[in-house]
Design a binder for this molecule. Structure first.
Ligand SMILES: [Zn+2]
Ligand SMILES: [Zn+2]
Length: 98
């Protein structure tokens, strides 16, 4: 009887270790997925931080560019992109007029 129990425990041991490893891998995978799991409900974009997704939904997703350059036809959805554009292309310090 004791031999039988030992045999069963041995089988559980053999089966149990791989299952545990699979479980462990599965949890690790979930952590990796969770690290970049903030997906936009409107498109396929994913973000690492909820704040990035929030900004995407609020300012970018399905929106028309709201910031226009006064010097050329450049349009952008982000205020800081317009600032970068003004400095890089037109050499203008945006703080002076925005
Ligand atoms: Zn989106
Ligand atoms: Zn411009």
């Amino acid at each position: 009887m004791l031999v039988f129990v030992s045999a069963v425990l041995y089988v559980i041991h053999l089966l149990g270790i791989p299952n545990f490893k699979i479980m462990f891998n599965f949890l690790s995978m979930q952590k990796i997925i969770a690290a970049k799991c903030y997906q936009c409900p409107n498109c396929a974009k994913t973000y690492k931080y909820s704040a990035s997704l929030y900004n995407h939904v609020k300012y970018e997703c399905g929106k028309e560019p709201g910031f226009m350059c006064s010097f050329c036809s450049y349009k952008t959805k982000r205020k800081h992109s317009l600032k970068d554009h003004l400095i890089a292309v037109h050499g203008v310090e945006p703080a002076n007029f925005i």
